[in-house]
Design a protein around this ligand. Sequence first.
Ligand code: ZN
Ligand code: ZN
Length: 181
Amino acid sequence: MPFRNDHPPLSPAVTSPPQGGREDQAPITGGCQCGAVRYRAESLGRASICHCRMCQKAFGGFFGPLVTAHALVWTRGAPKHFASSNRVQRGFCGECGTPLTYDWGGEPEISIGSLDDPGAAAPSIQVNPADRLAFVDGLASLPWRDDPPAVSEFMASVESHQHPDRDTEIWPEHRPEHRDD
Ligand SMILES: [Zn+2]
Ligand SMILES: [Zn+2]
């Protein structure tokens, strides 16, 4: 198992056909949190979550959420890369650090959370169970916190600097009361 700690791509033979592709379908877009790097893809392949230790580290999360991007192009800036192994490069925004790609030499996979519409890439498979964090199975049943007033006040005072979930002509925009909606 030469790639045990840097997950191999899903076999093309079992990858779902591209979703959509109709003429009237909007292109798939996304990018990093600060807006320095933006991308577009024609369609998405199968979405997965990877439990390998490298994905945990690269995403700073419990697992790596990734989806194959067909005909991926960079429309603003370009990611920096870290060679996480001899076989794989991981792309990220050099300005804000958002994880963006998993490049293994074929069609790249992109981070699901960086999509403008991450709901369009529901994972259908999980891989690399050996490194899976034991508590992951219980996450969905954790209790919800009712925000105390201090937290609500804090949240109400937040002015987002995050790039909106759509392409922009100019970024950052000069907009003192801009809201990302
Ligand atoms: Zn960025
Ligand atoms: Zn992985």
